[in-house]
Ligand binder design. Sequence first.
Ligand code: FCB
Length: 445
Amino acid sequence: MAKAQMLFPADFRWGTATAAYQVEGHNTNSDWWLWEQGHILQNQRSGIACNWWANAESDLDAAADMGTNAHRLSLEWSRIEPEPSVFDDHALDRYRQILQAMHNRGIEPMVTLHHFSNPLWLVEKGDFNRQIVVEYFQRYVSKVADVLGDLIPKWITINEPMVYIFARYLGGVFPAPQQMGLRAGLEAAKHMLMCHAAAYEVIKTKYPEAEVGYAKNIPILEAKPGSSFVSKWWTRRMDSLFNGMWLDAVADGRMRTFLGSTKIKGLAGSYDFIGINYYTRFYLRFPPPKTFFETEWTPEAVVSDGNYGEVYPAGLYRAIQRVLKYNKPLYITENGVPDAADRLRPSFLLTHLREIWRAVSFCYPVMGYYHWSLIDNFEWDRGWTQRFGLIELDPATQARHLRRSGELYSKICYRRGISSDMAEQYAPELMATMFPGESPQKVIG
Ligand code: FCB
């Protein structure tokens, strides 16, 4: 028997998350397919990825066996609308099958409409550089709502808009747009806000009961301890651009940047919940290094594979606190760690879920947790070099293996919470700080 338990409400969603391009395989009509040639670490390719287009069902079986009751997935626009206005019934049928398969297994779908990838035809038309994208997006969303809407209780319009803008318009690591640079990026962000508002309206008109939100990556951005006044000022500016702008705009309908303030029609209040994607804290400094973020951490920091970032659980609590002022239900729509050897993930799960438990215990409205990811998948520009899965995948043989952290997450889902016996078994190094009464020599003040 566990001596201490941190239990969650009975209706809390225990989920996992994936995105279409990363798991389906052979998305040949997508801009990423083209971009893969020459732009991925070690020249890797997505290939058949996790083979979900042919067989998502067996991984959904595994998700159900693990005791999860929710999953966040995305739709590949380029499959559904391979040519402008030409919708592929076969693709829509396949998505119906997958969504139905989730319902049959007691897994509630949360569906993302745009997760980093575009149809090639849209890119030719300038995609988010041009305002016409709003009409195209509206047409696509309307079709999806008509054909699949009865199976979708929860929607995410756009995934991580600011990560997308930074990686694509400034960083150059995502498929190149027609115009790059900060000005073009902010114009694209405006068009994304418009797309969000249009999608919200389309879905809510057809399905007033549906819950519709967006997924915002909310990293903790800080000036490194001891940095200059200018670096602190710069960090605040970056934080309001990266984090604050989108959150505020969807709340009050105004996009505010250093270029000015624009009112966007239909945007104010166009959301039923906020999806928080949380991974890490970044240090910033001015002038910024080439990588934009600092890649050096304090000596005590625990850093995940490929220098991806510091493990910083308190940041999740801070991200939750930050958005309480918007007065909306919250879902943690992504949270995870690249960790091929599964050295960090067990304790990562326990420490991050403890932060959510703290929030829930204060009656903060966190309604669910979607771990990124159910299975190792194609990690964009970093290819297969970063492994986020609770299930390990060998992309060459397609062999799967449940990691120890997957076993732990399964216990968490069945128990609906975390406990001292889990820490003892899966991450004993946490005992002294998380359950200090078990090691009497350590007293936490
Ligand atoms: C997020 C993305 C997701 C995945 C994780 C690791 O930024 O939304 O697709 O790449 O990071």
